[in-house]
Write a protein of this length. Structure first.
Length: 319
């Protein structure tokens, strides 16, 4: 089947950026080019100092490159703009405003009618499951809840492109996994073009349609997670690590590989939206070779250890 052609939403054309330090010039970006399609979720990943956050700041218009350019919908990026929403790691909420007022902030800047502002803000507050905390202040929220507010605020102004700089890096592992899952569900509904910077290759494998891997200001890889796992580039292989092929299991949901319910009495359950890597870890922990699959609390099928391992073997062989 032919691959669906999508319009280019963000074009990064030979972007360079050099910083001057005490020890001389440091090349942050060395002629980076890539095309990001409309509605595509791109994860930019690499070791510290590779240039990923610099690239995001240039796309956001917070930095100006001395060479090269960035285009959104064929318009050159010059400074910040409402078509590009940004979510940072440190939330950047206004501490004197409630959850609702924080989400309304950008909508008020757009000069929308009062009723539309309130309706839109509440829509996205409900989407991130914070309706009960509408009138709470940031100091009354957990880290994960603060980041939900930041995401709701960014989505509320309906940006063409959403830029995220390690948005889940400051929360604990459990909340991080929950935020990832919730964000993917929201993205499935809203279908925004997302550029998501992370240092975590596992997070990139789970979240991204494409993965851009950078090293010393150079783009070393821009491909789907599956093709990234099969890369021949020595740096990419080293960065992925020894567990390369098991990472592919993060790409698949239980509901895509479950079997019909067989009536067996199985004490363990997996949500239909869970990824197979997490379910494999649970099976190993529980010492079981099968789990019931549930959707909204109702058993809808069965997932087998043997099916997960077969998929893993196919990944190792590049099938």
């Amino acid at each position: 089947m032919a691959r669906e052609e999508r319009n280019i939403k963000v074009k990064i054309d030979q972007v360079k950026k050099v910083y001057n330090g005490r020890t001389g010039e440091m090349v942050a970006l060395n002629g980076v080019s890539l095309d990001i399609a409309d509605n595509e979720f791109v994860c930019v990943v690499g070791p510290s100092g590779c240039g990923k956050s610099t690239l995001l700041n240039i796309i956001a218009g917070l930095l100006e490159p001395p060479d090269g350019a960035v285009y959104v919908d064929e318009r050159k990026v010059v400074g910040t703009g409402v078509e590009r929403g940004v979510v940072f790691q440190q939330y950047a909420l206004f501490p004197w405003l409630t959850v609702k007022k924080n989400v309304e902030f950008g909508l008020k800047l757009k000069g929308l009618p009062k009723d539309e502002i309130e309706e839109t803000a509440m829509k996205y507050i409900r989407m991130v499951d914070l309706e009960k905390f509408t009138n709470a202040y940031p100091k009354e929220l957990s880290g994960g809840m603060k980041q939900r507010v930041a995401i709701a605020r960014a989505y509320a102004v309906n940006p063409e492109v959403l830029l995220m700089d390690e948005p889940f890096g400051a929360v604990d592992p459990l909340n991080r996994a929950n935020l990832q899952n919730e964000f993917l569900k929201i993205q499935k509904q809203l279908k925004k073009t997302v550029i998501f910077v992370t240092h975590d290759i596992d997070e990139a494998m789970k979240m991204g349609d494409k993965i851009a891997i950078m090293s010393k200001g150079i783009l070393r890889n821009f491909a789907s997670p599956e093709d990234t796992l099969l890369s021949d580039d020595e740096f990419v292989k080293s960065f992925l690590g020894s567990e390369t092929y098991i990472k592919i299991l993060s790409r698949f949901r239980v509901k895509e590989h479950m079997r019909p319910q067989n009536g067996a009495d199985i004490p363990y359950h997996a949500d239909c939206e869970a990824n197979l890597r997490d379910v494999l870890a649970q099976m190993i922990e529980y010492g079981t070779d099968s789990m019931h699959v549930t959707e909204k609390g109702k058993i809808t099928g069965t997932i087998l250890l043997s099916d997960i391992l077969n998929l893993f073997q196919k990944g190792r062989k590049g099938e």
